[in-house]
Design a protein around this ligand. Structure first.
Ligand SMILES: [Zn+2]
Ligand SMILES: [Zn+2]
Length: 148
């Protein structure tokens, strides 16, 4: 089963309706599974495909998809959230390095993080949510700006 079909099935089994707009949103999310998109970014992409779509619909759909565990959400201190498909549905786990200045997200895939998750689970009986770790800091580009 493709990721797209898997999501459609999840929606069909849920109490939420599968509307044509929601189908379009699923398509875009699958096409851009490598990216981390905010509701606004997703909205501008969707506008090109389906000009009638409203920002409120995008927000609501993202909330529903998050509820249904279709999406993972990466939140910033300032209330901005970015989304991507739940990693269990796609190949390869990654974790997030989040720049608090420019809001750029870099991804890291390293065994050390999986070891850390295992350690937290064993030593603290703490289940890490969605297997993702977000580390906040200042990216290379923004560090450069500070020196100037
Ligand atoms: Zn990610
Ligand atoms: Zn930065």
């Amino acid at each position: 089963m493709t990721v797209y079909n898997e999501i459609i099935t999840t929606l069909q089994k849920s109490p939420y309706k599968l509307t044509p707009q929601r189908e379009t949103i699923v398509k875009v999310l699958v096409d851009r599974k490598e990216e981390h998109l905010s509701a606004e970014e997703l909205y501008f992409i969707l506008k090109e495909i389906s000009p009638d779509i409203g920002l409120a619909t995008v927000y609501r759909t993202l909330d529903i998809f998050y509820d249904l565990k279709i999406l993972e959400k990466i939140t910033f201190g300032n209330g901005i959230a970015k989304y991507h498909l739940r990693q269990k549905m796609t190949i390869g786990m990654h974790h997030h390095l989040i720049c608090t200045k420019c809001h750029n997200i870099s991804t890291v895939s390293n065994e050390i993080f999986n070891k850390l998750i295992k350690y937290l689970n064993q030593e603290y009986n703490f289940e890490v949510q969605d297997n993702t770790i977000a580390i906040y800091g200042t990216c290379k580009d923004c560090q450069g700006e500070e020196i100037k």
